[in-house]
Ligand binder design. Structure first.
Ligand SMILES: Cc1cc2nc3c(=O)[nH]c(=O)nc-3n(C[C@H](O)[C@H](O)[C@H](O)COP(=O)(O)OP(=O)(O)OC[C@H]3O[C@@H](n4cnc5c(N)ncnc54)[C@H](O)[C@@H]3O)c2cc1C
Length: 624
């Protein structure tokens, strides 16, 4: 029996990493919001690696934070270790990585959601999306509740027709023994959405009391008090270590001896998995020349004995998993706590989405997260935030928010999703961002806080903190540029000698001096030449000085890119009217319906000749 249960501006289906950001964004922007989840336990659940950040992902977490999202603040409250990856490389690829306490992460996010004024949470399974004239009107749950609304955001992750596979055992299920979500996928297909099938996997969890850490290499956290959010307090607290071990020739032989029982190779698994996060058995086969792979043993939290083994995703039968574990140095006496498994699930083919993450077929229907064919908490959270923002802006009849590839990793992510045909789960990498020197983790607030403030998501307190930072940065930049020294300055001459840095030949500013790779901004602080500012300020000044030349070169490239990007293509264009397009380009342009000439040029099958045909067509239109 269907009954009217209430009405909302925005309904978010799912409370994973995408759902939490979407619901908080819509509620904080003033929309009456309902978040529906299959269970309270799945709120901000981390079904796989207990870490946030790393290369290509840390930048996204910082961007979410700068726009007024929650992931950065939440992981700062729940981290058990923080460290910077790639410190030996340039700032474009340096990346903060946090080891999170999974349980704390869930609890902190739940607290924030419950405190949010415009937000209700409901435990239920949504089975149907209601529409009228291709516009969303509401949702219906398994128990017959019908909720009316103006926008729906689906963030159902890996639950859509979820199927768990361990060896030759396969059963319907969601991650972590949750129920799968079956009927919603059918409802989306009825609405004309094309679905695909992907898979991902997770390693077994082991009991830390059964691990011999003396046979492993400790990976401690960074001594500095690091943070993801630009507004989190800097906290000193004890950090837990991760541990490095590796597989052996024996481990690989066990896998080879059991490939006939591996669902990846026996055909039981049909969904395509992420190339960048392969299963262990896949690694043994694909990299047969390697007789050892690194394995990281990572804590899942402060109040649990469970440890996660990064690099050992597997869906081999449980008895084989135990053999594999016992062949690894330090795990000879291991006790398993959870079996590794693979999960197959339905996803929405993302070329059916606009850059706002609204579906092309159904107005007011948005999708975000793993349902769009991505993999990763950070990628999911970023999409959830953008979908939440755009659902709210749609309800409020305001201009949507579209981030460009030159503005944010989030812009790169969404542009790739709507412009590429995915053949495996998509995860963000620094190599995907052509303007990565401008899209660094350290300057995300300088790039996006103003945007977050304009759309009403960045609150006054954060805006004030940001203005203060801009003020300090401006003052310190002036100090660096106006403070000069001559070869006669003895202290500076001694300092340069102590750093094996060239003697001064002429008057030079601190700014120019800081460009010298052997000199660090901390040196200037120690010498009292500039104030002992917060880590973020010092880091910003150092990067802006040392990379000034590269940064301005990249800015020139962006200007050229912007020209093509600003050539918008009308939403209602009829490509059959454009004479001279290749058949493939015609078919692809009709399928993807790009937003701009720049976006059209990134669609596979649309080549330069087709772009010229389009430009000539628009020129003729303009003259007419
Ligand atoms: C086994 C496994 C291994 C993984 N391995 C990796 C990895 O190695 N690397 C990596 O980067 N990422 C990995 N991930 C992916 C990572 O977990 C996801 O990217 C991330 O959790 C996706 O977030 P999300 O918000 O899109 O969905 P999820 O976090 O999956 O949340 C989905 C939410 O939707 C709700 N829901 C679903 N259907 C309905 C419905 N019909 N009605 C109401 N609520 C509904 C659920 O209750 C849940 O709250 C793995 C995930 C799993 C399950």
């Amino acid at each position: 029996m269907i009954y009217k249960a209430g009405s909302y501006d925005v309904i978010v289906i799912g409370a994973g990493h995408a759902g939490c950001e979407a619901a908080l964004a819509a509620a904080r922007m003033g929309c009456k919001t309902l978040m529906v989840t299959m269970s309270m336990e799945s709120i901000a659940l981390m079904p796989c690696n207990p870490s946030i950040g790393g290369p290509g992902k840390a930048q996204v977490v910082r961007e979410i934070d700068a726009l007024g999202g929650e992931m950065g603040i939440n992981v700062d409250k729940a981290s058990v270790q923080m460290r910077i990856i790639n410190t030996g490389k340039g700032p474009a690829v340096q990346a903060l990585r946090a080891q999170a306490d999974k349980d704390e992460y869930h609890k902190e996010m739940l607290k924030t959601l419950l405190d949010e004024r415009n937000l209700d949470i409901l435990v239920a399974e949504v089975e149907e999306i209601e529409t009228s004239d291709s516009r969303v009107t509401g949702v219906i749950t398994k128990t017959g509740a019908w909720f009316a609304c103006k926008a729906v955001i689906i963030t159902s992750g890996t639950y859509l027709k979820g199927r768990i596979i361990i060896g030759d055992l396969a059963f319907d299920g969601g991650p972590g023994n949750q129920f799968p979500s079956i009927k919603l996928s059918d409802s989306l297909q009825k609405l004309g959405l094309k679905m695909g099938r992907f898979k991902t996997g997770t390693p077994p969890r082991i009991n830390k009391k059964s691990v011999d850490f003396s046979k492993m290499i400790e990976q401690p956290g960074d001594e500095r008090s690091l943070r993801f959010s630009f507004v989190s307090p800097r906290m000193e607290r004890p950090q837990l270590s991760c541990w490095l071990t590796h597989s052996t020739g024996i481990t690989h032989q066990i896998v080879r001896d059991n490939l006939d029982r591996a669902p990846m190779f026996s055909g039981v698994i049909k969904g395509k998995g992420p190339r960048y996060c392969p299963s262990f058995e896949d690694k043994v086969v694909r990299f047969a020349d390697k007789d050892s792979h690194q394995l990281f043993v990572e804590p899942e939290g402060r109040a649990t004995d469970e440890m996660y083994i990064q690099g050992l995703n597997t869906s081999l039968p449980e008895d084989v998993q135990v053999q594999i574990l016992k062949s690894v140095p330090g795990l000879e006496n291991v006790r398993i706590m959870r079996t590794g498994y693979a999960i197959e699930y339905d996803y929405v083919v993302s070329s059916q989405l606009k850059l706002t993450l609204e579906t092309i077929q159904v107005e007011g229907l948005f999708t975000a997260g793993q349902i769009n064919g991505t993999s990763g908490y950070e990628e999911a959270a970023a999409q959830g935030l953008i979908a939440g923002i755009n659902a709210a802006l749609k309800v409020q009849e305001k201009e949507p928010l579209i981030l460009k590839r030159s503005e944010a990793y989030i812009g790169v992510l969404i542009d790739d999703l709507v412009t590429k045909e995915l053949d495996e789960p998509y995860r963000l990498l620094t190599s995907r961002a052509e303007y990565r020197l401008l899209l660094r983790q350290d300057n995300a607030d300088l790039r996006l806080t103003e945007t977050g403030y304009k759309i009403g998501l960045v609150n006054e307190e954060r805006w004030h903190t940001y203005q203060e930072k801009l003020h300090i940065l401006e003052n310190e930049r002036t100090t660096l540029k106006r403070t000069t020294f001559t070869p006669a300055d003895k202290n500076i001459a001694e300092f340069l000698a102590s750093k094996n840095s060239a003697v001064l030949r002429d008057r030079i500013s601190l700014w120019e001096m800081l460009r010298r790779p052997e000199l660090k901004i901390e040196d200037f602080v120690r010498l009292g030449l500039i104030s002992d500012n917060d880590l973020d300020i010092l880091e910003q000044l150092e990067i802006q000085t040392k990379y000034e030349g590269y940064i301005s070169k990249q800015k020139e490239q962006v200007q050229r890119f912007e020209k093509m990007e600003s050539r918008h293509i009308p939403d209602d264009i009829n490509y059959d009217d454009v004479y001279g397009l290749s058949n493939e380009a015609l078919q692809k342009l009709k399928q993807f319906r790009p937003h701009s000439i720049g976006q059209a040029s990134r669609i596979a099958g649309v080549n330069l000749a087709d772009i010229n045909v389009l430009l000539i067509f628009f020129e003729k239109q303009r003259r007419k």
